[in-house]
Ligand binder design. Sequence first.
Ligand SMILES: Nc1ncnc2c1ncn2[C@@H]1O[C@H](COP(=O)(O)OP(=O)(O)O)[C@@H](O)[C@H]1O
Ligand SMILES: [Mg+2]
Length: 254
Amino acid sequence: MPALQAETVSVRFGGVVAVDRVSLSVERGAITGLIGPNGAGKTTIFNVFGGLQPPTEGRVLLDGKDITRVKAHTRARKGMARTFQRLEVFGTLSVRDNIRVAAEIRKAWARDRSRPAAVAEELLDRIGLRDVAESRVDAVPTGTARLVELARALATRPSLLLLDEPGSGLDQQETTVLGDLLLDLAAEGMAVLLVEHDVELVMRVCDRVNVLDFGRLIAEGTPAEVQADPAVQAAYLGAEEGDADEDLEEAGVR
Ligand SMILES: Nc1ncnc2c1ncn2[C@@H]1O[C@H](COP(=O)(O)OP(=O)(O)O)[C@@H](O)[C@H]1O
Ligand SMILES: [Mg+2]
C-alpha cells in the first residue's frame, strides 16, 4: 500500500482548474518525483497533500486511510513533514536553534524521550550544516537556508517527507549533497515526494516521476520512460517557448 495517495483530486480557483482529476501515489522507501512547467499545479497538489489546500473533489489517503479533511498539524503528527517553495525558517535564530526548535515542537506532541539538543547536533552533521551552526539563518546563502528548512523537517522524525523545490537556490555541490541525502533517506524506508524544477536532479534520484501540465497528469513512469515520452517533451518545449516570449516582452523587444 502506498504511503500517500491522491485519488482523482481536483482544485479549482474560481474559473481556473489548477489541478484536474490527478491520481498519484507516493511509495515508502522511494523517491517520487513531481515535475511540470510553471503553473502546472505542482504546488497546489502539494498543498492538498499537506492539508493546506482542500481539494474541490477527490480524496487523499495516508496509509490507505482517508485524510482529506484532516488538518495540516494533525498530518504532521501522523509522520508527515514538508518544506515550502517559499522558505519558512526563523531568520533571527541560528541554524542550530532553528533545528532545535523543530525538534522541541515534535517532542511536545510526541511526548517521547528524544533530546532536541542531540537531534539538532545529529542533523547539523548529517545535512552538513556544522560549519554554519552559529550563523543566523537570515545571514546565510539561500541554498544553505533551504538545507536548514530540510533539517527542520527531518527534526520532526517524519516517515513521509514532502519537498517543494528544495533544489532552488542550491549550487551544484549543494544539489549533489541534497540528492545523496534524499537517496539515503529513501534507503532507510522514508517516503519522499520531490516537487522540483531541476529536472536533472529529479532524473538522478527519483524511482518514479509524475508529470503535470495545465493541471493534468500527462505521464507517470521511471525517469527514462518519462524523458522519452513525446507528450512530456512537448510540454517542456511549449513552456520554454512561452518563457522565451515573456523574456522578450520584458526586454522590450515585443
Ligand atoms: N490561491 C490561488 N488562487 C488562484 N489561483 C491560484 C492560486 N494558487 C495557484 N493558482 C493558479 O493555479 C495554477 C497552478 O499553480 P501552482 O500550483 O502554483 O503551479 P506550479 O507550482 O506548478 O508552478 C496557476 O495557474 C496559478 O496561477
Ligand atoms: Mg510551485
